[in-house]
Design a protein around this ligand. Structure first.
Ligand code: SF4
Ligand code: SF4
Ligand code: SF4
Length: 351
């Protein structure tokens, strides 16, 4: 008895366990079947090898590496791709959105937009050649035209792309405004490409959109010769900018309304025929249609009445001295200086 006990030493028991484990881990698959072996293996801390097809289980490092390789690694690659493909472009979109719509806001229209510049040049050229006929729009005309830019924004920029995304409208409507945008024609023409002016026959929607685009551009060319900024008045980007107007540090301020002589020269100088600039004060004077071109401030003959501001900083203030210089270069139509003071405008009732 004592010899049998002494024969079952810890060392021997351990050896038996080692041998049985070896057999189980190497050949155990034959015993418990592949499915059970697979289930057991996930939690085994032993270094049995997954490359052994007959084993009863394999090392926990296998699933660990497998998870790191196929799950965590792939997730990280996807995250990296996600950041390259989604996050970074999104950041740029937000940054450019902030710069253009919040920081510059209307300044983009009055100072940067190629189509705005083109319309202004066309009008100046026609004026130079004596072609110009209709300088300002009347209050009634403005009342009718002003809401169109909001309709353009709603229909072309929001609704049509959305319904195209839902599969209800044709694919081309996915960027409906871009399809008809006259700036697209202008900038490509300026780079020597006439393609955007031709009618596309790729499909019914393309025929419609490209026809509207060509028609719109042609109308702008013709209208720019007789009126100021014809497309700006219906431009959805102007409406979009107007949504962020109050958030922008760039603004037009009518500071000292009581000093305003109500001469109306500002409106006569304004390419958008904004009546509010001489009639109203405070934020009402900074109308949705304003492109922050600063002409009203340039032509206002009273000191500090109109200012173009960046936050609290006045970038430009109206002044009598500046007005005297400016009116020598250009006299906005409808301004009739008095005999007594040649550089002082008489009260002009804008349309
Ligand atoms: S209103 Fe439209 S077309 Fe006119 S300057 Fe602004 S963005 Fe350009
Ligand atoms: S209100 Fe003044 S700044 Fe605005 S568009 Fe008219 S002239 Fe330009
Ligand atoms: S030009 Fe100056 S003074 Fe004349 S109406 Fe406009 S804001 Fe008033």
């Amino acid at each position: 008895m004592s010899s049998s006990i002494s024969a079952a030493t810890l060392g021997r028991v351990r050896l038996v366990v080692q041998i049985l484990s070896f057999l189980f881990l190497v050949y155990g698959g034959l015993l418990v079947g592949h499915y059970s072996a697979e289930k057991i293996s996930g939690s085994l801390p032993a270094l049995s090898c997954a490359y052994d097809q007959l084993n009863g289980g394999y090392c926990v490092l296998i699933p660990t590496q497998h998870q790191l390789h196929h799950r965590v690694g792939e997730a990280l690659v996807q995250m990296q791709q996600f950041s390259y493909k989604v996050i970074i472009p999104l950041l740029f979109t937000f940054l450019s959105f902030y710069v253009f719509f919040v920081f510059l806001n209307k300044m983009f229209c009055g100072w940067i937009c190629p189509l705005g510049t083109f319309q202004e040049m066309m009008y100046k050229m026609s004026h130079f050649f004596g072609l110009q006929k209709n300088h300002s729009l009347s209050v009634n005309q403005l009342r009718f035209i002003r809401p169109i830019k909001w309709l353009m924004l709603a229909i072309l920029v929001f609704i049509l792309p959305l319904v195209a995304g839902l599969g209800v409208a044709p694919h081309a409507a996915g960027d409906a405004f871009c399809q008809v945008c006259p700036s697209r024609v202008l900038t490509t023409l300026a780079s020597g490409n006439f393609e955007q002016l031709t009618i596309s026959t790729a499909g019914v929607a393309d025929i419609i959109f490209s026809s509207i685009r060509a028609l719109l551009f042609g109308s702008i060319v013709v209208l720019s010769m007789t009126m100021r900024q014809p497309f700006c008045r219906i431009c959805p980007l102007l409406a979009f900018n107007a949504l962020f107007q109050k958030l922008s540090p760039m603004r037009l301020v009518k500071k000292e309304h009581e000093k305003c002589e109500k001469c109306g020269v500002c409106t006569k100088a304004c390419p958008m025929d904004i009546q509010e600039i001489w009639k109203e004060s405070g934020s009402k004077a900074f109308h949705d249609d304003c492109t922050l071109c600063g002409r009203c401030a340039e032509f206002c003959p009273d000191d500090n009445v109109i200012q173009v501001k960046f936050g609290p900083i006045a970038l430009f203030s109206s002044s009598r001295e500046y007005y005297k210089k400016r009116i020598k270069q250009e006299k906005p139509e409808g301004i009739k200086p008095t005999k007594k003071a040649k550089l002082r405008p008489v009260a002009v009732e804008p349309n």
